[in-house]
Write a protein that binds this ligand. Structure first.
Ligand SMILES: Cc1cc2nc3c(=O)[nH]c(=O)nc-3n(C[C@H](O)[C@H](O)[C@H](O)COP(=O)(O)OP(=O)(O)OC[C@H]3O[C@@H](n4cnc5c(N)ncnc54)[C@H](O)[C@@H]3O)c2cc1C
Length: 168
């Protein structure tokens, strides 16, 4: 895996809706660029500066921000190496498993972990996938599975009993 010469990116300017993020008259701009994780064998110490320049060139080429460089006062570039070293993110892959079809939805690790009757997992690396709305759903699925299991042996059920009553 190598770095693309024409990477996609998205730009967010959260200071438009939250003026606490930058001094008056200024902005905090956030740019996200999908790139390979550390399995990609990219020398980030070497590539970081060049890739940062490429992204700024692409922003200037493809957006209205033609002169963005002259307005930069403070910047921080975070690479997969930084995610690994500073935040202990495995291989610097902040989106967990791949967004490829063979690692999405049912094909991600299941919420009740296979091979165990009482081990539940939740989060971006779990079914159904990463991204905040999906992770909230992952939490609901795990909570429901736990509830169903507890409902068999205890009287305290959060949803399962109520749903059964509603359906009958
Ligand atoms: C730069 C960036 C931009 C993103 N943008 C978006 C976006 O625009 N939209 C979107 O939907 N998603 C976005 N995501 C993805 C989203 O943020 C993640 O998929 C999501 O936060 C993952 O949630 P999680 O609960 O699985 O893990 P996390 O949010 O990482 O939560 C795991 C928690 O566990 C804690 N933890 C770790 N190890 C231990 C331990 N041993 N003991 C106790 N606690 C521990 C960590 O401190 C952390 O608080 C973005 C991610 C990044 C990094």
């Amino acid at each position: 895996m190598t770095l693309s010469a024409d990477p996609s990116f998205y730009i967010h300017n959260p200071s438009v809706t939250d003026d606490s993020l930058a001094p008056e008259g200024k902005s905090t701009i956030y740019v996200l660029v999908p790139i390979p994780n550390l399995k990609g064998n990219i020398d980030w110490e070497k590539e970081k500066g060049k890739f940062r320049d490429l992204i700024l060139a692409k922003i200037e080429e493809k957006t209205e921000l033609k002169d963005i460089r002259q307005y930069i006062e403070v910047e921080k570039v975070i690479t997969p190496l930084d995610w690994q070293n500073e935040f202990s993110v495995y291989k610097g892959g902040v989106f967990n498993l791949s967004h490829a079809l063979d690692q999405m939805l049912y094909l991600r690790p299941h919420n009740r972990l296979e091979g165990y009757s009482n081990l539940y997992i939740v989060g971006g690396g779990t079914h159904p996938g990463s991204g905040l709305p999906t992770i909230v759903e992952s939490g609901r699925i795990s909570a429901r599975l736990i509830d169903e299991e507890f409902c068999k042996t205890r009287k305290s059920c959060l949803w399962t009993k109520k749903e059964k009553t509603r359906r009958s």
